[in-house]
Design a binder for this molecule. Structure first.
Ligand code: FAD
Length: 528
């Protein structure tokens, strides 16, 4: 209760009682949704004017960091959010610039008294939010944030593990079991929730509109079809469609899904989770409803299990310093990776000469999503399996090209796949030839993404260099001319690399507890 009648942020309920009526910015960053958005609900409380805001931060959305597909996903998500806000007589305000510079100006311009946002665990975001909070408080603005990007409060998980991040999935599971089920999601705000808030004024429109990709300086001429459009509505539609397939949900076991099916064999909800178009808790509780009263798969292989993998890597990313780097990361084995720009470019540009690897990298570039086991195959190939290039290089390429590029999950999974952290059985190497054949003997996936190989007979499609010249001629594709020769000999190099990895492990400081021979469970652990 604030007793100053003259304050612009007050309205009278009763002649003697004044309730603070705020001019509030709700700052959307991730969490691009209305459902299960407690920070947005906090913004609506005692609010007379609301500015739902998104800041196009050049650090996060620089074109070297965010590729065109991801930016398209972001723009669609913002359009969808704007559309939903308009149904509540509000709108989205979009500005460009560094938040620390943009926000103080808007605080003054709009006479802001309150700022709300969803908590973000990334180091860049945490330091940004700390700065913004200081700046806001200097202008006597109330700041409030809520946790809703993850199932649990990640700091709480670390606290429960004596201040350290759990380094195994089972340990994380034990802790979250003790914490109880994740909180239930809250509903999206309604017109009723907005009734005391002044409808937005159209006069702001031109200045704060959502830019198009062209306005962001992007060349859209070579963009492929948008298979996974961004936005909360699409996320909820996709979730609904999957949850209706109750048999599929209950029998879901990640190791039994396919890296090279022609349509995705997992949910592809990851981009929606990354941008927060879908709440993790909503996903969790919808699954719980489907599981209710029927037999179903369990973590780590079930869909609940997948959400816990997300939680696992988030927790590690908060608790392990320098999580996205090898140097200075105490959990990460220090490996003498090579620098080889030629190999790196061949991998990135789908020119390794291994059709399975090149098809995956083509799908990634064109569509922005690849299956988890396809990620395994190309990540192992780039690092410990074949090319001996640092996982940090692969991480950068994925960050740019994946729709679901996520700081914590990307870094965590790259460490896993390169057997640097979490996973230590480096002698288990994916074959760039045999692995894909297990689920696609015919090579249809390769033919889809590398049409130059479409006339190769199945026995050569994974190893076209082995095809006799006459077969290559009949297929209309000469290896070394129309499609690259394989850049390495897998059988030879992978054996050599296992020895190099052995040496890297031998150099680890004494006290490193994880050993490559210690059983890490079964295949389940192998495929995180
Ligand atoms: P589903 O199997 O349907 O799983 C449902 C959800 O669970 C996913 O949407 C995701 O949010 C979560 N999930 C599933 N698997 C994992 C996992 N291994 N780790 C963490 N969360 C998981 N995922 C990202 O979201 N962003 C990344 O940047 C990312 N980088 C990766 C890099 C490498 C090298 C590897 C091997 C994996 C990476 N993953 C990343 C994890 C995983 O591959 C994707 O989350 C998953 O393939 C997304 O597809 P889906 O939504 O169909 O998954």
């Amino acid at each position: 209760i604030v007793p100053t009648v003259s304050s612009p942020a007050c309205f009278a309920l009763h002649p003697q009682v004044f309730i603070m009526a705020h001019v509030c910015i709700h700052w959307f960053r991730k969490g691009l949704r209305l459902h299960d958005n407690p920070a947005l609900m906090a913004a609506l409380r005692d609010c007379k004017e609301l500015y739902p805001l998104f800041i196009l931060d050049p650090y996060l959305y620089d074109q070297n960091r965010a590729g065109i597909n991801r930016l398209r996903f972001l723009i669609s998500s913002l359009q969808d959010l704007d559309c939903s806000l308009r149904k509540l007589n509000s709108r989205l305000f979009v500005v460009r610039g560094k938040p620390e510079e943009v926000l103080p100006k808007l605080f003054t311009k709009w006479n802001v008294t309150k700022l709300t946002y969803e908590y973000d665990t990334e180091p860049y975001s945490r330091s940004r939010d700390k700065n913004v909070t200081m700046l806001a408080e200097e202008q006597r603005i109330q700041v409030s944030y809520k946790i809703s990007h993850t199932l649990y409060d990640i700091d709480r998980i670390i606290e429960e593990n004596n201040g350290k991040p759990p380094l195994t999935y089972n340990r994380l599971r034990d802790i979250v079991k003790a914490l109880g089920s994740p909180k239930k999601p809250i509903p999206a705000p309604t017109v009723e929730d907005m009734k005391n808030i002044a409808p937005f004024s159209e006069k702001h429109k031109p200045e704060y509109g959502i830019p198009s990709l062209e306005e962001l300086g992007l060349d859209t001429s070579s963009l492929a079809e948008e298979i996974f459009p961004g936005g909360e509505q699409e996320a909820l539609r996709r979730l609904d469609a999957y949850m209706q397939r109750t048999g599929w949900v209950c029998s879901f076991e990640k190791p039994n899904t396919s890296p090279n099916s022609l349509s995705p064999s997992t949910t592809v909800l990851s981009p929606y989770m990354t941008f927060g178009c879908l709440s993790a808790r909503t996903f969790w509780w919808r699954l719980a409803e489907v599981y209710q009263g029927v037999s179903h798969s369990d973590p780590p292989v079930s869909l609940h299990g997948q959400l816990l993998w997300r939680e696992f890597f988030y927790t590690a990313s908060v608790g392990i310093p320098n999580f996205n780097k090898m140097t200075g990361n105490p959990a990460c084995t220090q490996v003498d990776w090579d620098e080889n720009q030629e190999y790196l470019a061949a991998w990135r540009e789908a020119r390794t000469g291994f059709p399975f690897i090149d098809a995956i990298m083509t799908q990634l570039r064109q569509e922005g999503w690849i299956h988890h086991l396809a990620r395994h195959a190309v990540a192992c190939f780039l690092t410990r399996g074949d090319l001996w290039i640092s996982w940090e290089e692969g991480q950068k390429v994925f960050e740019k090209l994946l729709l679901d590029g996520d700081w914590a999950l990307n870094a965590g999974n790259w460490q896993w796949l390169s057997a640097s952290t979490f996973f230590h059985q480096f002698f288990r190497v994916y074959s760039p030839v045999a692995f894909g054949k297990k689920t696609d003997k015919n090579g249809d996936y390769i033919k889809k993404y590398l049409p130059i190989l479409k006339k190769f007979p199945p026995q050569y499609i994974y190893e076209p260099w082995k095809a006799p010249r006459s077969v290559q001629q009949a297929a209309g594709c000469i290896v070394g001319k129309d499609y690259p020769k394989s850049i390495i000999e897998h059988e030879v190099i992978s054996k050599k690399n296992i020895q190099r990895m052995k040496q890297a492990y031998a150099r680890r400081p004494s006290g490193s507890t994880e050993s490559p021979t210690k059983k890490q469970g079964n295949f389940v652990y192998f495929i995180c």
